[in-house]
Design a protein around this ligand. Structure first.
Ligand code: GDP
Ligand code: MG
Length: 441
């Protein structure tokens, strides 16, 4: 008897050792991925010790997929680290507000200012741009060009060298013109660093922004924390935008920026073009940080909630990467009819934050129905086309008439389609895993 007890004990401690080893190996591997993604060394270390505290070795011993348990714990820990616990200020239509952009030279401020203005213009805001960068030659021209392309009013000067004076003049002028979103672009460089931060403080004091946005290049690496903190110490940063997410960098520095500014990431920049701009969505972002790809969670969800007989066709279409208006129509039908597929699509970055914001299910449904009404007025050729140029002004007007909706609504619907098609196209060539072969998340 004594022998079997000691054998059992030995086995138990063996099991514990093995699971601790699994945990350590797994954490080491994840940590390497995070360091490669530019997450600050100290944060990776903190995350490791937090996970060791959270993950219960006994659960781990009993769990069938240990890696999955550990990865899920890391996943939610990283999501928590990106959540400062309070939302940022959001502009309200018809109520004048001032948003100031800060960040180092080259981080993408001027580009992002216009993207931010354009995004809100499409939502019915009346934005305006003020160029308070008097340091860099050509700064005003760049803003002017961007603004003109997007038909957004702008203010700046080639002669005036005082950024505070220009900022104040611009803000006053656009307040008089009843703009509800006045965006102040600033300089990111100075002969002396201290002078830059002093300038930011003065511009902020003079224009009293409702929101200061810190713009950060996703590839800035370990410097993110100090940089964000330096800006936070001179102006009251309330949100972060991470740019150049279309490149190789995974943007792990955002964790530092969130920690240093105690503000959330609100958008990401995904290209040089004005509409390459997305509402920040934490889950795909963290998936990418961990090197899991945007779609691993999505694939799991499909197997979980889509009826088995419908899976092959949907997955086939996903892997082809072509997204027609008809396919959008069918997915809308599914969303309205089945519910569960609504859950599936709410996992896609675009669907969740834009089309179906949480807590607005009724409005989202109404919007989807409106879109479908307009699509009912489309021809088969239009529904099955993959050529975005097909939708000419004449066709748009005809669809608006046919469905009794304003032209603006048809354009909105088509923009929604373009956005979804872009997301969809990322799935192209996707290897479709079978059930049981899922990636760890
Ligand atoms: P600023 O000095 O902070 O005002 O930065 P700019 O707005 O002038 O941007 C610097 C460079 O980065 C420009 O060449 C932009 O086109 C580019 N850029 C900005 N945002 C993005 C982005 O999201 N993706 C890519 N690929 N390039 C970007
Ligand atoms: Mg600039």
């Amino acid at each position: 008897l004594g022998g079997s007890i000691s054998r059992a004990l030995a086995q138990m401690s063996n099991a514990t050792v093995i699971d601790e080893k699994v945990l350590n190996d797994c954490l080491n591997e994840i940590s390497r991925a995070l360091l490669q993604a530019d997450v600050q060394f100290k944060m990776v270390r903190d995350m490791q010790s937090n996970i060791k505290r959270i993950v219960n070795l006994e659960t781990l011993a009993a769990g069938t997929n240990k890696r999955r348990i550990i990865q899920q714990a890391v996943f939610s820990e990283l999501c928590n680290m990106l959540d400062p616990g309070k939302p940022s200020f959001t502009p309200k239509k018809g109520k004048p507000c001032v948003v100031m952009f800060v960040g180092l030279q080259g981080s993408g401020k001027t580009t992002t200012c216009t993207k931010y203005a354009y995004y809100h213009q499409r939502k019915g805001f009346k934005p305006a741009l003020v160029c308070a960068d008097t340091f860099r030659a050509g700064a005003f021209d760049q803003l002017k060009q961007n603004a003109t392309k997007a038909k957004i009013p702008f203010y700046g000067s080639y002669m005036e060298s005082d950024p505070v004076k220009i900022a104040v003049e611009g803000v006053e002028r656009f307040k008089k013109e009843n703009c509800d979103l006045i965006i102040v672009d600033t300089s990111g460089r100075h002969k002396q660093e201290a002078a830059l931060f002093e300038e930011m403080r003065q511009v902020s004091e003079a224009t009293k922004p409702d929101l200061v946005i810190f713009v950060m290049d996703s590839s800035i690496g370990q410097a993110a924390f100090d940089q964000a903190q330096a800006f936070k110490q001179s102006v009251s940063v309330g949100a972060v935008i991470v740019t150049k997410m279309d490149g190789h960098a995974k943007g792990g520095g955002s964790l530092s920026a969130v920690a240093a500014t105690k503000s959330p990431v609100i958008f990401i920049g995904t290209g040089e073009h004005i509409d390459e701009f997305e509402v920040f969505d934490v889950k795909p972002f963290v998936s990418r940080l961990l090197g899991l790809g945007d779609w691993s969670g999505f694939m799991d969800k499909i197997h979980e909630v889509v009826p088995t007989d419908q899976q092959p066709e949907l997955l086939q279409k996903l892997s082809e990467g072509t997204f027609t208006l008809r396919l959008m129509y069918e997915q809308f039908q599914n969303i309205l009819k089945m519910g569960p597929i609504g859950q599936v699509f709410s996992m896609l970055p675009g669907f969740s934050s834009e089309l179906m914001p949480q807590g607005h299910e009724k409005e989202s449904q109404a919007k989807i129905k409106r879109y479908m009404t307009m699509m009912d007025s489309m021809t088969d050729a239009e529904l099955d086309s993959t050529n975005p140029k097909l939708m000419t002004e004449t066709r748009i007007i005809r669809i608006a008439r046919g469905s009794g909706r304003p032209v603006r609504d048809v354009i909105d619907m088509l923009e929604e389609y373009k956005r979804l098609a872009k997301i969809w196209s990322k799935m192209k060539g996707l290897k479709i895993p079978k059930k049981g072969e899922m990636s760890a998340l």
